[in-house]
Design a protein around this ligand. Structure first.
Ligand code: HEM
Length: 408
């Protein structure tokens, strides 16, 4: 009986504290004219609504319903926090262009456990700028011309040649993407080691799409263990490459660029390098392979676009012959292919938006976003807005041929 009374007292006090905190927080938000909206239940907010929307084929209703009720900037409460959602192209641009000044990136701790605390997504300040510019310098046109195109051509052919009977396109796209990324990062060619690493990676990726509580989720536990194995394997590679480098062996890949930049400023630690490699592999893997697969789906559903794409490619092939690798000039003479790529990225929205946090009080239109508030810039909402794109939910690569479309 005593235990029952104590538990009851505890539950009542706890609920009262949560309720009062919630009310005080609500009053504060109302007092400074934050964007309108509904924050649902205390603590849980509207998390179930957003999760169940994303489990359907058409997740837009979560945003659509609120945009039509409150306008293109609204407040909700998801994943344990009040969050301002923006479905407005100008506001999204403003938020993203003020990175580091008014807003900073903000991802949950559960993601840090998977990608590592030195990942580009989570790092801030000088180290982020240094890693970011290294990534960008590695994606310049000389590198694309000299290495990336040749590697893409070779690895795609290698994989296509191995296809027999029925294949699962998404799996194959993942394999190609992983092999290509590993080649660019570490100069490692497809082999048993890389395939084993990929299997571990798939376990890590699954961890992004589950409840991030090790006690409750076997998937999350497995993902954390897989990440440990992946980092051990990559640490070994980094160590071996340092030894090779001291002996004068030169390679042309991201790891070499990281070693070389050691001379300019402070050296990168192995932990930083490994987290960076892990996050690049994560960033490129699901995004690129899913987008490639969806491109095939959209083209299959739109035969006229497929025919025009084939025509463009066949003309290039006819000039070069079947076995000669594609080069920079060929890539630059594919205007319709570029339209297909743009349209696929617009419609697929693999990354539906990005999270940021206000570093200071920020005035947007007539509203104030208070310091510390979480903000979600919805890229999907902008891409699928009828005001920005005519027949926004239709795959229409030709829209990119006319320059009056919104270009982001
Ligand atoms: C279709 C493919 C892709 C899509 C849709 C995509 C989308 C995005 C988005 C929306 C962000 C911003 C995240 C944020 O700021 O919160 C981002 C960041 C990033 N992506 Fe991608 N990405 C793709 C492919 C890749 C690939 C292939 C790589 C490299 C292998 C890559 C590496 C990165 C990195 C390093 C960042 C963080 C940049 C920084 O904060 O400095 N992404 N990506």
């Amino acid at each position: 009986m005593e235990l029952y009374t104590t538990s009851l007292l505890f539950i009542v006090s706890f609920s009262t504290i949560i309720f009062l905190l919630f009310r005080r927080n609500s009053a504060f938000w109302r007092s400074i004219n934050t964007p309108p909206g509904s924050t649902g239940l205390p603590l849980i907010g509207e998390t179930f609504q957003i999760i169940s929307a994303y489990k359907t084929e058409n997740p837009e209703p979560f945003i659509d319903a609120r945009v039509s009720k409150y306008g293109s900037v609204f407040t909700t409460h998801v994943f344990g926090e009040r969050t301002v959602f923006s479905a407005d192209v100008e506001i999204n641009k403003f938020i993203l262009q003020n990175e580091g000044r008014l807003f900073e990136s903000s991802y949950p701790g559960s993601i840090a456990n998977l990608v590592g605390k030195h990942s580009l997504l989570l790092m801030r300040g000088g180290l982020h700028r240094r890693m970011h510019s290294l990534t960008m310098s590695f994606a310049n046109s000389t590198i694309i011309k000299d290495h990336l195109l040749a590697d893409i051509d070779r690895l795609v052919r290698l994989n296509l040649d191995s296809w027999t009977g029925r294949i699962l396109l998404m799996d194959e796209a993942k394999k190609i993407t992983f092999e290509l990324t590993l080649k660019q990062l570490l100069s490692i060619e497809p082999c048993e080691w890389s395939e084993n690493l990929r299997k571990e990676y798939m376990l890590v990726i699954e961890g992004f799409f589950c409840i991030p509580l090790p006690f409750f989720s076997l998937t999350y536990r497995r993902a954390i263990q897989a990440r440990k194995r992946v980092t051990e394997a990559l640490h070994l590679v980094v160590r071996e490459r340092r030894i090779e480098r001291e002996k004068g062996v030169k390679k042309n890949d991201m790891l070499a660029a990281l070693f070389d930049s050691d001379g300019d400023e402070e050296n990168f630690y192995d932990d930083e390098i490994v987290d960076f490699l892990v996050s690049l592999l994560v960033a490129g893997y699901d995004t690129t392979s899913t987008t490639m697969t969806l491109a095939v789906k959209y083209l299959t559903d739109t035969p006229s676009a497929l025919a025009q794409l084939k025509e463009e490619h066949d003309a290039i092939r006819a000039k070069k012959g079947a076995s000669v690798a594609l080069e920079w000039d060929d890539y630059k003479s594919m205007p319709f292919t570029q339209c297909v790529v743009n349209e696929t990225l617009r419609l697929s929205n693999i990354i539906s938006g990005v999270f940021r946090r206000a570093i200071t009080d920020v005035k947007i239109k007539d509203y104030t976003i208070p310091k510390g508030a979480k903000v979600f810039t919805s890229l999907r909402a902008v891409h699928l807005d009828q005001d920005n794109f005519e027949d926004a939910r239709v795959f229409n690569p030709w829209r990119w041929q006319v320059s009056n479309s919104l270009s982001i």
